[in-house]
Design a protein around this ligand. Structure first.
Ligand code: IPE
Ligand code: IPE
Ligand code: MG
Length: 239
């Protein structure tokens, strides 16, 4: 497997997706296969985030979204949820040291049930990177499409009640502007690891025209070579 992006960079006929969205699945199974506790799978899952972010940024991807925690994931054990939340705090602190890389970090999802410590680190990271002009890195954490759409409907109704919005103005562009991804291009390519063929409440509105590439590899084993394969697949199947 070619684990460099040189092939893609040197191929003038390759179209790079504007927005790649990744469902980072299989951390638990990765750990189980190695006889390790689940939390070590989550820890190992932060490595590909770094390498894939760098690769996508170099390839000229405009938006990269990682799905790291869904609104349904609160149903996991308290111990696992706590571990993940602490891992996310560390993750955002690490991102703050990568500001020089010109990536603009954004959280997408519902902040309400997150701890104030995590919210602070998210906000700090967003603020530190807000003027970066390179790739947008969306971290979908406590994200769920249905929740996003429900909030959008509530905000639209509230703006109508306040007479800030007239109902003849409601069209797809307007609805789009009420999503967390307002101003960003639609998803072109969804990647899901660990072989699951589910969308799991991820970017349902934004992925209306997306192509879906599934690999059997677990997320902690995801390499640049897999990203290459996914982008080639994106180029090979018809629009
Ligand atoms: C994905 O890995 C990470 C999160 C959802 C937080 P999983 O934890 O879902 O791993 P599997 O699917 O159990 O292997
Ligand atoms: C989807 O993975 C959500 C994330 C990767 C964050 P899950 O493992 O939670 O999803 P299901 O339960 O297989 O759909
Ligand atoms: Mg899973």
């Amino acid at each position: 497997m070619d684990n460099s992006i040189k092939g893609l960079l040197n191929d003038n006929n390759i179209k790079i997706p504007k927005h790649i969205a990744i469902i980072c699945d299989g951390n638990g199974r990765w750990a189980k296969e190695k006889g390790l506790p689940r939390y070590l799978g989550h820890k190992a899952g932060t490595d590909p985030i770094k390498t894939i972010t760098k690769a996508c940024s170099e390839l000229g991807v405009e938006v990269l979204t990682f799905y790291v925690f869904s609104t349904e994931n609160w149903n996991r054990s308290k111990q696992e949820v706590n571990f993940l939340m602490n891992l996310f705090i560390e993750f955002f602190i690490k991102l703050q040291n990568e500001v020089g890389k010109n990536v603009k970090v954004k959280h997408i999802g519902n902040m309400d049930s997150l701890s104030s410590k995590l919210i602070n680190e998210i906000k700090k990271t967003e603020k530190l990177t807000e003027n970066n002009s390179g790739m947008v890195l969306n971290v979908a954490l406590n994200y769920g499409s249905r929740s996003e759409m429900t909030n959008a409907v509530k905000s639209i109704i509230s703006d109508m009640n306040n007479e800030n919005l007239r109902n003849d103005k409601i069209d797809e562009t307007l609805i789009n502007s009420y999503m967390y991804t307002s101003g960003l291009p639609d998803v072109d390519l969804i990647i899901r690891t660990s072989g699951e063929r589910r969308i799991s409440n991820f970017l349902l509105w934004q992925s209306a025209k997306a192509k879906l590439w599934i690999t059997k590899y677990f997320w902690p084993d995801f390499k640049i070579g897999h990203l290459n394969e996914a982008i080639k697949f994106y180029n090979e199947i018809d629009d």
